[in-house]
Write a protein that binds this ligand. Structure first.
Ligand code: HEM
Length: 240
């Protein structure tokens, strides 16, 4: 239903509604797809992380039903993997530009009113003053203690890296973005065993983690071989 103002006129035109729908589709596709592609690549290069994530799924969900959004609170390690990948591999290098509406002091620096502010997501996420071994994929860094008691979130209000941004102009889709990212990875890991294809061209047992020269996507699309790891009836759409 199109919302109306008190004079009965729609507040949004059909064209604006179409624009909003397009925004939602674009915003919800590129971030999770890029995140999960990098996460799988990083995990295959560190098989112990892959094993730990799959073990968590088997423990929290089992093999007799598909993982659901309601399982997400119990998938802290999977969330830590997505979070670590958002730290290392953002889909865009900068946040959208912002303008300071008043003189602001930030980290001891004066940002005068009217300044254009461009936040570098890569430098934040890989800042060696904040992150130990910043270039290394270590999901464990986001877990406290045994990793099961602390709830892991993909949001980062302290801006030590940027997933959704924060404050008034932060992402409005953080919750749905979290669900889409975690569900995508969790379903792929639960449903399939992932391996390097025999003739992958990569050095033995390793994927080249190289960014494209023109974007932050993987330079070469990730090609892996998969085998089902659940019983056949769990894949109804592939049955005759
Ligand atoms: C995992 C998925 C997503 C990620 C990582 C993501 C990330 C971001 C980031 C970094 C910003 C800029 C924040 C800033 O400038 O401080 C942003 C803005 C925004 N996002 Fe998302 N987003 C995701 C999904 C979505 C979804 C699903 C929607 C819509 C339902 C959405 C709608 C928006 C809108 C409308 C803004 C602009 C907010 C404003 O300027 O006030 N995003 N997002």
């Amino acid at each position: 239903m199109i919302e109306s103002n008190f004079e009965g006129k729609p507040l949004l035109t059909p064209q604006e509604i179409k624009g909003e729908c397009k925004d939602v589709c674009v915003a919800s596709l590129d971030n999770p797809a890029n995140n999960v592609e990098w996460t799988l690549a990083e995990m295959l290069n560190r098989p112990e992380t892959l094993k730990r994530a799959v073990d968590e799924l088997d423990r929290a969900v089992g093999k007799d039903r598909l993982v659901q959004e309601s399982d997400i609170p119990n998938l802290n390690y999977i969330k830590a993997c997505c979070r670590e990948s958002y730290r290392l591999h953002t889909v865009a290098p900068f946040l959208p530009p912002h303008v300071a509406t008043e003189d602001t002091s930030l980290g001891g620096y004066l940002v005068p009113k009217g300044s254009h502010v461009l936040v570098n997501r890569i430098l934040l996420g890989r800042n060696p003053k904040i992150w130990e071994d910043p270039e290394v994929f270590k999901p464990e860094r986001h877990l406290n203690g045994d990793g099961c008691s602390e709830k892991v979130s993909l949001m980062e209000a302290e801006m030590r890296f940027v997933t959704f941004g924060t404050g008034r102009r932060g992402c409005i889709g953080a919750k749905v973005g979290t669900y889409m990212t975690v569900m995508l990875l969790a379903r792929l890991l639960q449903g399939f065993t992932w391996k390097l294809p025999p003739s992958s061209g990569s050095s033995p047992g390793r994927i080249e983690l190289v960014e494209s020269p023109t974007s932050l996507l993987m330079a070469k699309s990730l090609v892996l071989s998969v085998e089902p790891r659940l019983a056949p009836h769990m894949y109804p759409q592939f049955r005759n």
